[in-house]
Ligand binder design. Structure first.
Ligand code: SDX
Length: 432
């Protein structure tokens, strides 16, 4: 079969190869388009543009399929843990017990931060957003590992195993400390014997006089939330990490940039926006029916719905919904949360309404995650931080895919210029 395509531009024909992926997805390889035709492609928002070849995550948006290194997200959510899945994403294969023990020990032993990092928090205003502190904290962390954080790629790659483990661990500690600083509470040091999520909950919620002991279902729910958020191919924040990595930048700073991209309300900030939306609906005495009409008229967006890639149910949303029902049975104080009833009503109405059906708008990963995080006791401004904590595993794997590729080039898109034609400078006294 001729695996190429022909493009006609200004009465000339150009032939370009077709690239086919593992699952049969195809791309026109236009890497020589400009050199041969003088033309570039234009694809505002990159909705039809592949930026890389990647072995890490596969998504079929039409079928609602998500796989990490070939393993279906449903199986990983049921049988794996966040740390085991982080290993899979970073190293490409499921670990044997010895590898998992070594990796877990490396992550869990790296939980503490240099004591001077505590001063770092005092440079922020009391109400600084935790995502600001997380992004800055990652860059600050890099300054404590100069030889890995100074853009010397060969040194970074030699030490990659150690850096990956310490970033996975210390990002969680930076996040917990950001929360404590905002609460005006003393920092809580990590404990070695606790699991990744138990330690995180301990650092977040333990009081000087009362240690927080996580219920196993709560720790499990948080572990699944981190696992579900771990990677999602070339989304906005991951593409940012790859963009920064392509310049030769170190892992700490590349992740710091990814945190900033994730913070946007159309991306990782959506889980906060979902709760704000549900609370606004409740305050207006609406059960969601009026809000659905507002979303259909364009007056509002149904946050937690819709996705650039999924034109079917986001597979993570299904798992999150089951997790939500299970955790709320344990967190009895939240079991009758009116926001859950509103969320269920919004979902029920939207799934049967032509406006959403025609536009293939289904619940995404953020629709139910916020309700679980709120029930566990996270303040709203920590929701996107939890997303970032999970996505750190994917960002590390995606950074490494570029960093370890000797053929990788700096990312530098082109543009179509639509500004003023050439004109001469106008002296100040001649300007009108
Ligand atoms: C994440 O990329 C990833 O993989 C992201 C992510 C990850 O894991 O990294 O999956 C995480 O970011 C999930 C998405 C979280 N965001 C939200 O829940 C915010 C609400 N969703 C929308 O803003 C929107 O759906 C986007 C941003 C997610 C997707 O936007 P697109 O693909 O650019 O779609 P669009 O804006 O072009 O909308 C197409 C139509 C429009 O209507 P028409 O102009 O055709 O009449 O659908 C409408 C939109 O108005 N629409 C919505 C809607 N989303 C799209 N209408 C109401 N409510 C919505 N949520």
């Amino acid at each position: 079969m001729d695996n190429s395509t022909t493009v006609r531009i200004a009465n000339r024909k150009y032939h370009f190869p077709l690239i086919e992926g593992t699952e049969g997805e195809q791309a026109v390889d236009v890497r020589h388009l400009r050199a041969e035709s003088g033309c570039i492609t234009f694809d505002d928002g990159y909705g039809n543009t592949g930026s890389c070849l990647s072995d890490i995550t596969f998504i079929d948006g039409e079928k609602g399929i998500l796989r990490y290194r070939g393993y279906p997200i449903e199986q990983l959510a049921e049988h794996s843990t966040f740390l085991e899945t982080a290993y899979l994403l970073i190293y490409g294969e499921l670990p044997d017990q010895g590898q998992l023990n070594t990796f877990s020990e490396a992550v869990l032993s790296e939980a503490a931060l240099h004591d001077r990092m505590q001063d770092f928090y005092h440079g922020f205003s009391q109400d600084a957003h935790p995502m600001v502190m997380l992004s800055a904290g990652l860059n600050a962390l890099g300054s404590y590992y100069i030889k890995y954080g100074r853009n010397k790629r060969e040194k970074e790659l030699e030490a990659f195993d150690r850096i990956a483990a310490l970033i996975l661990s210390k990002t969680r500690t930076i996040a917990a400390m950001a929360h404590r600083m905002r609460q005006g509470l003393p920092f809580v040091y990590p404990k070695k014997k606790l699991s990744y999520c138990e330690n995180f909950l301990h650092m977040l919620f333990s009081q000087p006089y009362d240690e927080y002991i996580a219920h196993e279902d709560v720790a499990k729910a948080l572990d699944v939330i981190l696992l579900l958020h771990a990677d999602h191919e070339q989304n906005c924040s991951t593409s940012t990490v790859r963009m920064v990595a392509s310049s030769g930048c170190n892992l700490f700073s590349s992740l710091s940039a990814g945190v900033c991209a994730l913070w946007g309300p159309l991306h990782g900030g959506a889980n906060m926006a979902v709760i704000r939306m549900l609370e606004a609906i409740r305050e207006q005495g609406d059960n969601g029916d009026r809000f659905i009409e507002a979303a259909k008229s364009g007056e509002a967006k149904l946050m937690g719905f819709g996705h650039r890639i999924y034109k079917n149910y986001d597979p993570r949303a299904k798992i999150m919904k089951e997790m939500c029902e299970r955790v709320l049975r344990v967190l009895t104080h939240a079991e009758n949360d009116p926001l859950l009833d509103i969320a269920r009503n919004l979902e029920e109405k939207a799934l049967h309404d032509d406006y959403f059906i025609e536009r293939k708008l289904y619940p995404n990963v953020d629709f139910y995650s916020g309700i679980i995080l709120k029930a566990i006791g996270f303040p709203l401004n920590m929701f996107t931080v939890i997303f970032a904590l999970g996505r750190t595993a994917g960002w590390i794997s995606q950074w490494h895919e570029i960093a370890a590729d000797p053929e990788s080039r700096i990312h530098r898109p082109r543009q179509i210029y639509t500004g003023a034609k050439q004109r001469d400078y106008i002296p100040m006294d001649e300007r009108v």
